[in-house]
Design a protein around this ligand. Structure first.
Ligand code: PEP
Ligand code: MG
Length: 597
């Protein structure tokens, strides 16, 4: 999109900032209409199987709707939840299902075709009625049809994600899952604007990792933006501008240029400097990485290693296929060789709880974040997990590898992981494969249970890493992806700070290093507090490193420790905010006095 069309009125749609940056492009709207339904004849002997496939899709959509309905009801009450209830009612309406069932049997067609045909027929009837109430039921029917077609396609993603839309587009959608952002980002999307999702969701994290601006929470966005509409996504201000005027486009291009220049200048300068406090304490600033493509950023922003490689993205990218052992080895080797002798912490596959790889992650869990995710899923699928572990030990000779388990809640999980590692290494030995047995093993501390047994965990592992993104969610019982409770997701809640302190203390006692690898690590405002609580390793998205390094280099550790003690004693997140604000202002004054002197 090169020129503005000043004949149209510029419109500003406000949402929330979730990934920084500014993007200009024609819009691509992902909507249900993107699903292509083909008529496929079914042979007589396969008709029962097709009917069963339809029944399974109904069951899966039903479970999904029920979960949504109860979540919405808890938060907003029954009015809003009734929308989802209406969807469930249509789905359970035996005449709707019966008609589809009958059509599959009588006409011997595929379930998709029958669903669409019955829905079209009913939809036409709804459209003709005068009652608005009934016409709205027609819209519900369209939604239900979309759910069913999605379930039949075996897809958890919005329709349209797989389409070829060309490059430099801004994707507008009701919602996007992390793997969809990944795929779309890879296929040339330069910006995202969505209606649903929090700024701390995995979707937002992926967008930030890809450096693609994301604005979330724009109400009714897919009804307000049409395909090819010229738009600007401003991930700093949390805004989407529709039909931008030429002066808006100029301002955006200037902003893009300034951002690029600032980043380059900052990264070159910052790379050379040590992350050392004023009184000489060294802090390790490591990178969180989802894709091997980010290696360039790891170097550019001066990370001293990789503190978290989210290996599940290999699975998300390939889903529904599984990545092979050789593909794993190739990626691990690339990371290890590029960083050697610096460390690369590979987190074993952390799937489930929103990160869905088809065929591997159970569908229809009522509460996936409390379900089979992380190390639980990995241990439940040794057939898949062994392959990843084999690849890790085979790649180990190429650099300085550490292996880390996600979502650990019990010591038994670490013991089971060790056992599996022993078995895999014995296997590699027998095969005469090249591998390295001696690899440090660590645990992520992401749930309160792990915090409370941090001492016992520390006795079983070589290092701990606090995953605050999840730890906040589980400590405060606030879904990190739910924008309706986003205000309750408080990284500075005293309970969260106490959790961090307990883990640091356990690590100190057991002489086991403790890192922090949640998004909090990248917040310059939180850094004095993190160091004050005793942390010396922070892992973050590479772009966060220069800003954090600036803070570390201006910091006096004694003052940070005093701040840590005051924050831990605070009663509310608001009090902690104020303490951090006052500390920041005082540091600024100290800095300017020092410069003046
Ligand atoms: C965390 O939970 O803090 C973390 C780093 O893991 P993820 O964000 O991938 O869940
Ligand atoms: Mg986590």
């Amino acid at each position: 999109m090169n020129r503005a069309d000043d004949t149209k009125t510029q419109e500003s749609l406000q949402g929330a900032a979730a990934a920084p940056g500014v993007a200009i492009g024609p819009a691509v709207c992902l909507r249900g209409h993107g699903i292509e339904v083909l008529r496929v004849p079914i042979q007589r002997h396969a008709v029962d199987r097709e009917v069963e496939r339809f029944a399974a899709a109904v069951a899966s959509v039903e479970a999904e709707l029920e979960a949504t309905e109860s979540r919405i009801a808890e938060t907003f009450g029954s009015d809003l939840a009734s929308i989802f209830h209406a969807h469930s009612v249509i789905l359970r309406d035996s005449s709707f299902a019966r008609r589809i069932d009958r059509m599959i049997r009588r006409e011997r067609v595929n379930a998709e075709w029958a669903v669409q045909a019955v829905a079209d027929d009913l939809g036409e009837k709804f459209a003709q009625v005068k009652s608005q109430h009934l016409r709205e039921r027609g819209e519900d029917l369209r939604d239900v049809t979309r759910y069913l077609l999605r379930a039949l396609a075996g897809k958890m993603s919005s329709p349209g994600v797989g389409e070829d839309f060309g490059r430099d587009v801004v994707v507008v959608s009701h919602e996007l899952t992390p793997d969809e952002v990944l795929r779309l980002g890879r296929r040339g999307a330069v910006g995202f604007a969505i209606e649903v999702g929090g700024a701390n969701s995995h979707t937002a994290i992926v967008a930030r990792a890809l450096d693609v601006p994301l604005v979330t929470g724009i109400v009714e966005i897919t009804n307000r933006v049409a395909d090819d509409d010229p738009v600007v996504v401003d991930g700093e201000e949390g805004r989407l501008t529709l039909h931008p005027r030429s002066e808006t486009l100029d301002a955006c291009r200037n902003l893009q240029r300034r951002r690029r220049r600032n980043e380059e200048a900052r990264s070159t300068a910052a790379r050379e400097l040590p992350a050392r406090t004023v009184d000489g304490t060294d802090v390790e600033l490591l990178a969180n990485v989802e894709l091997a493509d980010e290696l360039e950023d790891v170097r550019r922003f001066g990370a001293s290693g990789i503190g978290l490689y989210r290996s599940e993205f290999l699975y998300l990218e390939k889903s529904p296929e599984l990545p092979s052992e050789e593909e794993h080895v190739a990626v691990f080797r690339e990371l290890l060789e590029a960083l050697a002798p610096q460390t690369v912490v590979v987190r074993t596959l952390d799937l489930g709880g929103g990160k869905v790889a088809r065929g591997l992650v159970p569908e229809n869990e009522e509460n996936p974040v409390l379900g089979q995710r992380g190390i639980r899923l990995a241990l439940a699928r040794p057939d898949v997990f062994r392959l990843q572990l084999r690849a890790l030990f085979r790649a180990a000779p190429f650099g300085n590898l550490r292996i880390m388990a996600p979502m650990v809640t019990a010591v038994e999980e670490i013991r089971a992981l060790r056992l599996l590692c022993d078995e895999v290494c014995a296997e590699l030995e027998t095969e005469g494969a090249e591998y390295q047995r001696d690899v440090e093993l660590g645990a992520m501390v992401e749930v309160p249970a792990a915090v409370l047994i941090a001492r016992q965990l520390a006795a079983e592992v070589d290092f701990l890493s606090i995953g605050t993104n999840d730890l906040i969610q589980y400590t405060l019982a606030v879904d990190r992806t739910n924008e309706h409770v986003a205000g309750l997701y408080q990284p500075l809640h005293p309970a969260v700070l106490t959790m961090i302190q307990l883990v640091v203390e356990a690590g100190r006692r057991q002489r086991v290093p403790v890192a922090l690898c949640g998004e909090m690590a990248a917040s310059p405002r939180c850094v004095p507090l993190m160091l004050g609580l005793g942390l010396r390793q922070l892992s973050m998205s590479p772009r966060g490193i220069p800003g954090v390094k600036d803070v570390v280099r201006a910091l006096d550790l004694g003052a940070a420790e005093a701040l840590g003690r005051r924050c831990i004693a605070a009663a509310t997140a608001q009090e902690v905010e104020e303490l951090l604000g006052a500390f920041g202002a005082a540091s600024l004054q100290r800095g300017s006095r020092a410069r003046a002197g």
